[in-house]
Design a protein around this ligand. Structure first.
Ligand code: SAH
Length: 683
């Protein structure tokens, strides 16, 4: 069997379909999966074990046999917990074949083969009866099918089906219930991920303000969940307008309905402000008493000492359709609508002198449709990109640099996706530029800025009205880029348009550089590190599977992570490892760099972080990675809008103990034919 995988080609900026062997998909799935992170989640594991023990005891106390149904068994962990707790038999269901195979091996290795039957099916395909997958219905239902939004992985339809066909009435469920909490906040930072703020440009002839079109202003955005490590959001970046309130709960021991519905709660703001964002998280009670609770609550809600780091469950940021001023003590209703897989929110003001009976009337006002982008900007720009375009400091750097190169008769070509640079360039004096219709209409620029619908290599003199380009600009930013250096597509495009450039062309940025630093992560290492023994169960088979998948390609790859969400400490100084000269064309030969970096601080060398810096003018550069570093402790501040490249050293993946190395040697190679960077490190 052959698989075709979509991948952006950094030399052409477009998607290509590559033929891959049948193993490829599977290795990607395993290598990038969250199984390792879940096995490292001590808090989750301990509480599941406690909940399972309690459920098995309750069933035994009733004098019944304990028959367990574990839906989505993964490594088989929860079934092994149940078997150890005294369950008579477990049916462990797993839809993903490689995982089901791993579960069989792990169960056998731990000596539970006679108590646990692994079934490689989706739970809705499982049959019950003398000739079925299960001999009889189960009286204990154990699952871990939750994502950050709780229901995004299909927990509701799975539970609905299980209660109808696979478990007995009155069964015990672990977890017993889940509760979703919300808090209303005002946050310019988070709001900047959804709305485009006006851009102020100081031009020769006075201040110009770039305004987003009304269509964009009123657009509800996109329904996809915004999940982040909320614990990394400093309290100065938002202001809470309400207490934490319970939005809804689901009792997993009773029949569950997955059909679309909504929930409403009354809110009284504790402070006046602009209601913009609903922050949300959930907790699960492993037993009916609520004594065994596993919560995703952020730092300001619970003591920091009780925080468990995890990446498989984070917190959600929901954007209200519009920001609305609210007054302290005012009566508000917050509505959560949900379908089978997602949740969205809206806010209603209670009317003057409203009675309970009137509430029924409100139902008609309640938003029922999931948000769908009408302005197209939310499809073009993802949330970090909105944040980046709204970053005034960044915009200022571009304006300052553009001002240095633009003249009134400049013919300017901009190569970047969904960029505001053409508009800035126009306001700063350029005669002719390109891109993004919607925005231009709102700012009456359709005739000033021309969109060229041609790939750079197909650019013809007629596109430019037979003029030569005097200023070539790019942020650069391309939506298909995954790793920082993929934006070097700008260099390839610059090479392709060479025949159209004036001899004295200004290229902005004129160059870029790749930077590297060795770090110790506070927690991120856990997503790639073997677990060994988990709550007394040997899960090494899983570790080996992950390791195999990570090493599937001859050379390991760097992976993109937004490091503002994942704190780390620098162990070395940042080092410039490669430079790219945009005033020249892409060379035929590859660019490489070798050397060593000294480790200045004590710590575990988990990996290298790599990022790009763009040099806009002699004294103006923008970094897509490190913004600041404190010298004594090595704490780092990262660009909050970009993902950086993380290369985990094999010591993390192999879990080797190293005696404190004092330096790391590196070999980095930029293959100009493929646009990819290969790297190797030795400690
Ligand atoms: N129970 C394990 C793994 C949880 S991850 C643990 O707690 O460590 C969830 C697993 O459930 C994934 O492996 C996924 O493939 C599987 N899964 C999700 N929905 C399923 C369904 N309806 N039927 C069978 N497997 C399912």
């Amino acid at each position: 069997m052959k698989t075709f995988c979509g991948r952006a080609n950094p030399t052409t900026g477009s998607m290509e379909w590559l033929e891959e062997g049948e193993d490829y998909d599977y290795h990607q799935e395993i290598a990038r999966s969250r199984y390792a992170d879940m096995l490292h989640d001590k808090d989750r594991n301990v509480k599941y074990y406690q909940g399972i023990r309690a459920a098995v005891s309750r069933v035994k106390e009733r004098g019944e046999k304990a028959i367990v149904l574990d839906i989505g068994t993964g490594t088989g962990l929860l079934s092994m917990m149940a078997a150890s707790a005294g369950a008579d038999f477990c049916y462990a269901i797993e839809v993903f074949k490689p995982m089901a195979n791993a579960a069989v091996k792990i169960v056998e290795k731990n000596g539970f083969s006679d108590k646990i039957k692994v079934i490689n099916k989706h739970s809705t395909e499982v049959t019950v009866g003398p000739d079925g997958d299960m001999q009889c219905r189960a009286n204990i239902l154990v699952t871990e099918l939750f994502d950050t939004e709780l229901i995004g992985e299909g927990a509701l339809p799975t539970y609905e089906h299980a209660h109808k066909y696979l478990v007995q009435e009155g069964c015990e469920a672990v977890p017993h219930r889940a509760t979703v909490y919300v808090q209303l906040v005002e946050s310019k930072r988070m709001w900047s991920w959804k709305k485009l703020f006006p851009v102020h440009v100081e031009a020769e002839d006075g201040e110009k303000i770039l305004v987003p079109p009304s269509e964009m202003e009123n657009c509800p955005g996109v329904p996809s969940v915004c999940d982040i490590q909320l614990n990394q959001m400093p309290s100065s970046d938002f202001s809470t307008l309400s207490d934490v309130v319970t939005m809804f709960s689901v009792d997993f021991s009773k029949p569950v309905q997955s059909a679309s519905t909504y929930y409403r709660v009354q809110l009284e703001p504790v402070k006046s402000g602009k209601a913009q964002i609903v922050l949300s998280w959930w907790d699960i009670d492993m037993d009916p008493s609520g004594m065994i609770n596993c919560t995703m609550a952020p730092y300001w809600v619970k003591p920091t000492s009780a925080l468990q780091w995890r990446d498989h469950w984070m917190q959600c940021v929901y954007f209200l359709p519009n920001d609305e001023p609210v007054l302290q003590g005012e009566k508000l209703y917050l509505t959560a609508c949900r379908d089978e897989y997602s949740v969205w929110y809206s806010l209603q003001k209670a009317r003057e002198g409203e009675h309970k009976a009137d509430e029924e009337e409100h139902k008609a006002d309640v938003c029922v449709e999931s948000p769908v982008c009408r302005c197209r900007a939310h499809l073009l720009w993802n949330r970090p990109r909105f944040g980046e375009l709204n970053d005034q400091n960044r915009t200022r750097q571009y304006i300052k640099s553009l001002r240095k190169v633009l003249k009134t008769d400049s013919v300017c070509l901009c190569i970047s996706d969904g960029s505001l640079l053409p508009v800035l360039a126009h306001y700063l004096g350029a005669k002719q530029v390109q891109y993004f219709i919607l925005f231009f209409k709102a700012n009456h620029l359709e005739d000033k800025i021309k969109i060229i619908e041609a790939r750079p290599e197909l650019l013809k003199p007629s596109h430019l009205e037979d003029k030569k380009i005097s200023v070539l600009v790019g942020e650069p930013f391309f939506t298909t880029s995954l790793l920082p250096w993929h934006n070097l597509y700008f260099w390839y495009a610059r090479t392709a348009v060479s025949p159209h450039l004036a001899s004295n062309v200004s290229v902005l940025p004129h160059s870029a550089s790749l930077h590297m630093m060795v770090v110790e992560f506070q927690d991120l290492w856990k997503i790639r590190s073997p677990c060994g023994i988990c709550e007394g169960f040997d899960v090494q088979t899983m570790d080996d599977m992950i390791k195999d998948s990570l090493n599937f390609r001859e050379s390991k790859e760097a992976e993109p992570h937004p490091l503002w969400e994942y704190p780390c400490k620098s162990l070395s100084d940042p080092q410039e490892v490669l430079t790219f000269d945009f005033t020249k064309t892409v060379p035929q030969h590859s660019l490489s760099s070798e050397g060593s970096v000294n480790l200045l601080r004590k710590g575990k060398s988990h990996g290298a972080v790599l990022w790009m810096e763009y040099h806009l003018a002699a004294d103006i550069s923008v970094s897509t990675g490190l913004m600041q570093m404190s010298n004594e402790k090595g704490n780092c501040e990262w660009n909050p809008h970009c993902k950086q490249a993380v290369y985990f050293f094999s010591s993390v993946i192999e879990s080797e103990i190293l005696s404190d190395p004092t330096s790391v040697t590196y070999a980095i190679n930029f293959d100009t034919k493929t646009g990819e960077i290969a790297m190797d490190f030795k400690l």
